[in-house]
Design a protein around this ligand. Sequence first.
Ligand code: DX5
Ligand code: ZN
Length: 223
Amino acid sequence: MAKYTIAPSLLAADFARLGEEASKVLQAGADVLHLDVMDNHYVPNLTVGPLVCAALRKYGIKAPIDVHLMTRPVDHLILEFAKAGASYITFHPEASDHVDRSLELIRQQGCKAGLAINPATSLQHLEHVWDKIDIVLMMSVNPGFGGQQFISSSLEKIAKARQLINESGKNIMLAIDGGIKADNIFDAARAGADMFIAGSAIFSQPDYATVIADMRAQLAKSK
Ligand code: DX5
Ligand code: ZN
């Protein structure tokens, strides 16, 4: 039976009450917190740095924190986020001059390592690093903003990535990020995703537990 991970993206949370929002969404049934780091360079938006990750830990958040680096370069921030309590660190291959080295750096810090694949990025980036990745993060929107429309061709890419992961024989999570909600999560799971990152679909609703329960009900159908 597949094990599914729901990872709310804090990008859509109320930043003025971030600790409270993070614990509320975990109490509502989330497994992991997704933290979108944007640098106004690799993507045209600016969000948070390692200080905010450390502040969440200080606040008492114990759940895994999944740091999604949409920054260029990545290596220095890998070190800083690992120190700040990140559990998983994912970056975009276009943003590192030495992808293999950056992946190794993440694992050396004791974190799980991920590669994020944009809608127009080839899955070939994964080809020589299967033994160095723990997560493939498939972008189903172009990175930079929350609340965008799900790009449906990403389902085909998810299916292809699932096939490649299965062929690799490795224990690698397949995450989908962007435009995920209760009414498309089933399709994403059926295509092979097992980790679902959702920002606006969760935080725009008054009751996070209801949305997460709806999502889990949809996921249960795909087993
Ligand atoms: C986009 C981010 C996503 C985004 C998800 O650059 O990587 O994590 O915040 O937000 P929604 O679910 O609103 O598309
Ligand atoms: Zn993200």
